[in-house]
Design a protein. Structure first.
Length: 272
């Protein structure tokens, strides 16, 4: 891996270019001794990293991974123990910071891919669901585990619900059951499973597809789809979609994409 000189050094995460993939940044959670459980500092650093990479014109795709045996054990229990004895005001501000980090990840203008091995627990499931894509090793496990500690998955709830639907999300949250990768795939929690040795190959196949599509178009897709819900197509939705496509058709990227297609040439954003 090659770390970009323009990116800062963090204490709990590492930013680097993904090997052999131009334009693909990798965010590695780097607390393997606690299974990449996150605390106040990691939350802050993850938010800073995704803001930074989202604004970097050299970055096309972002992969989120965890160092060591596990993707993420969710919230650091020492952090949660501190929160249980803190004031309501401190707890509210702390929860708002966690919520802001997940929203920054979900709304990042660049496509995001979660690489999951081992366990994804609690907030680790939230991180996976906030990414656009999630791929897991065949022996990975998932648990929305908060109820086991007498709390609830409030901040991650919207992302889990968006990923698997309300009924499955409630089942996962109410029972805190641990599901394997095959079941996680069947309910939409992840997009694919592979043997651990083949996991990066599977991810890179999706990354290659992402790199063949227009980067501005992908940003527009993420922005538009974030405003759509599974519901009646109202006049407001009709107008939103019409306004969006009419505006994007006139962009330089769209003009270049159509010209390249008609001339049977690669689009200008595709590297040879």
């Amino acid at each position: 891996m090659t770390t970009a000189t323009s990116w800062p050094n963090f204490e709990t995460i590492a930013l680097e270019w993904r090997a052999g993939k131009s334009g693909v940044a990798q965010v590695s959670m780097n607390r393997p001794s606690v299974f990449n459980a996150f605390d106040e500092q990691m939350i802050q650093e993850l938010q800073q990293a995704f803001i930074l990479l989202g604004q970097d014109p050299k970055v096309r795709v972002i992969v989120l991974k965890g160092e060591g045996k596990h993707f993420s054990a969710g919230a650091d229990l020492k952090w949660m123990q501190r929160a249980s004895s803190a004031s309501p005001e401190w707890n509210l501000q702390d929860a708002r910071r966690f919520a802001a980090m997940l929203y920054v990840l979900q709304s990042c203008p660049k496509p995001t891919v979660a690489r999951i091995q081992g366990a994804a627990l609690g907030g680790g499931v939230g991180l996976a669901c906030a990414c656009d894509f999630a791929y897991a090793a065949v022996d990975a496990t998932f648990s929305v585990s908060e109820a086991k500690f007498g709390i609830l998955p409030a901040v991650i709830g919207p992302y889990v619900t968006n990923a698997v639907g309300k009924r499955q999300a409630k089942r996962l949250a109410l029972t805190a059951t641990r599901v394997g990768a095959t079941e996680a795939l069947s309910i939409g929690l992840i997009h694919g499973i592979s043997e651990l040795a083949e996991l990066d190959t599977a991810i890179d196949q999706t990354v290659a597809e992402l790199l063949h599509c227009g980067p501005q178009a992908q940003t527009e897709i993420k922005r538009l789809f974030s405003k759509l819900s599974v519901a009646e197509v109202t006049p407001e939705v009709l107008e939103l979609t019409a306004q969006t496509i009419s505006r994007v058709r006139g962009t330089d990227e769209a003009k270049a994409g159509f010209e390249a297609f008609l001339n049977k040439q690669p689009a200008p954003w595709i590297e040879s």
